[in-house]
Design a binder for this molecule. Sequence first.
Ligand code: NAP
Length: 289
Amino acid sequence: MKRAIKREAKSMPIDATTKVVGVIGYPISHSLSPQMHNSAFLHLGLNYVYLAWEVEPSNLKLAIDGVRGLGIVGLNVTIPHKEKVGEYLDELSEEARMVGAVNTILNKNGKLVGFNTDVEGFRRALGCSVKDKKVVVLGAGGAGRAVVFALIKDGASCIILNRTEEKARDLAEKFKGIGEVMADKLTPSALKRAMQEADILVNATSLGMKGESIEGIEDALREDILVMDLVYNPRETPLLRIAKEKGARVVEGWRMLLHQGAYSFEIWTGKKAPLDVMENVLQKILYGV
Ligand code: NAP
């Protein structure tokens, strides 16, 4: 009897009216989203369930047909489907179109709309106005595109530094009609030059995931720069450690993960996400705290 009560408190009963959302990716077993969203649904007493489906690239269209056929309310989309899935949807948000990637789908009475919640997730995680600020963005991959779009849309000017210079230049070219954006190759001297004028530094490369530092960063950082690292594992990357040692303010990468998830939750449910619940789940899974 005691056990049954305990189980009831940990999950909502699934019934014929339960709404289904979930995530597709390949692979998918590492995803933190099921725990984060199911805890949030439970906390608010919403009759939703969040599942994870491993979808091979050759089955992507079938999976999206399944969303339509089964009336699945919404999806998160992760690697490797984010760039391709837009082809199978009915409408894209401005963010998804401009960034060229969809990470959230809403089934709006049979019409599938694609969003990119990394853009808003980044904004909320950074948590300050960027209007007229000068921002150095390291990286020109999927995350870099979302970050640069959010920044210039909100009135910042950006310089993108990337290992492969051509990708940085292509990105600057794509966004130049929206705001001021420049590009250069990521080298210690280009970093130092760009940082002399900067108010904010964002790392949107994968440097730091294996404990690597960014060459030349020690020399380029100052205490009056706000530093955000999108890498969230480890929690304190070498970049963030050096920034703290310099006395700079830092934003850790898990905040963006939290806020992009919270925004997806809002898109599906129309309700404000319980941030503290989602944050607790994330911190527990990622850092064991
Ligand atoms: P991606 O599309 O594969 O892009 C990777 C970026 O990192 C490219 O700019 C790449 O440069 C650069 N890079 C990789 N290895 C490098 C190296 N050894 N030296 C210099 N630059 C290097 O990946 P992504 O989706 O943009 O993700 C980038 C990072 O952001 C990942 O660590 C990811 O986990 C993190 N992220 C976090 C969040 C969050 O919510 N916190 C969200 C999205 C992504 P090249 O163009 O030269 O290859």
